[in-house]
Design a binder for this molecule. Structure first.
Ligand code: PMP
Length: 285
């Protein structure tokens, strides 16, 4: 099935999906993005991702290229044209194409928009869930506005690469005080000895993950206590369970941190329950 992408108003074969060299995303990462998981052909948490996209655009004063309703239609069309049953749709909006100058263009420039879609076999993440993943921790070297989902991802790129170089699956980033901020592409969680879910408060230091927010709501509805506070590497290593969340991968258990197993080194009952309520909600909501 040939992939179809969307570039500035046109659906094109993926191999022909090209942008201009002076697109500000390319030269300054002056752009924002969103990624929707797709399950059973449905865009998961569709509206919440659109809300966050609007927020990111607003924080950077980038114009929305079209109405929210038009964007929503295009996203669905991406799923349809690529016949995605399970997978992800990526959307990126940049400030547009303009002669290279750091400051915003003074002339009116149309924002540039691209979308790609890819299938992901459900077995891929099911396998990660079953085994859990091993992570390392790395210093968080990113800028101070990680709440904006911008394409300035160099810190995240270096974090995941450090993990791969170390033979681990992923990396959690650590702030100057020794507290974990978030994963390279996910939010970080632990389960304390009382079975409470602990995850960092969403301020400018982390991306307020949609999966994170949805799980907080669902777990609270089930009567589970959520504590939004920072935790250290030591505390995570000694936790009852640890896991990470993202729209693309869902809920993934972390079974080893910097070479030390978390509890008995296999996925626990709380993360299993969290994944179940998340999947049930995603498929029925
Ligand atoms: N933090 C970072 C740095 C991420 O890249 C992601 C994935 N987009 C997340 C958290 C999780 O966010 P979401 O649940 O919205 O995918």
């Amino acid at each position: 099935m040939p992939r179809v992408s969307y570039v500035n108003g046109r659906f094109v074969p993926h191999g022909d999906a090209l942008v201009h060299v002076e697109d500000r995303a390319y030269q300054f990462s002056d752009s924002v993005y969103e990624l929707w998981g797709v399950m059973n052909g449905k865009l998961i948490d569709h509206e919440l991702h659109l809300d966050r996209l609007e927020r990111s655009l607003g924080e950077l004063r980038i114009e929305a290229p079209m109405s929210r309703a038009a964007l929503a239609l295009l996203l669905k069309e991406m799923v349809r044209r690529n016949r995605i049953k399970n997978g992800a749709v990526y959307l990126q909006i940049s400030r547009g194409v303009a002669p290279r100058d750091h400051a915003f263009p003074t002339e009116l420039v149309a924002p540039a928009i691209v979308m790609t879609a890819k299938p992901i076999a459900p077995a891929y993440y099911a396998g990660k869930f079953k085994d859990g993943i091993k992570i390392i921790t790395v210093p968080d070297i990113r800028w101070a506005r990680r709440d904006i989902k911008s394409t300035s991802l160099l810190g995240n790129v270096l974090a995941i690469q450090a993990a791969r170089d170390a033979g681990a699956d992923d990396a959690w980033q650590v702030d100057g005080e020794g507290f974990i901020t978030e994963g390279s592409r996910s939010n970080a969680w632990i389960v304390d000895k009382d079975g409470n879910l602990v995850t960092r408060r969403a301020d400018n230091d982390i991306l307020n993950g949609i999966t994170r927010r949805v799980i907080i709501g669902l777990a609270e509805d089930e009567g589970r206590k959520i504590i939004e506070r920072a935790f250290t590497v030591d505390e995570a290593q000694g936790a009852r369970e640890a896991f990470q969340t993202s729209a693309s991968a869902g809920v993934i258990p972390v079974v080893e941190i910097d070479g030390r197993p978390v509890a008995n080194g296999s996925p626990g009952s709380v993360v299993t329950a969290v994944r179940e309520i998340y999947l049930k909600n995603a498929l029925t909501a």
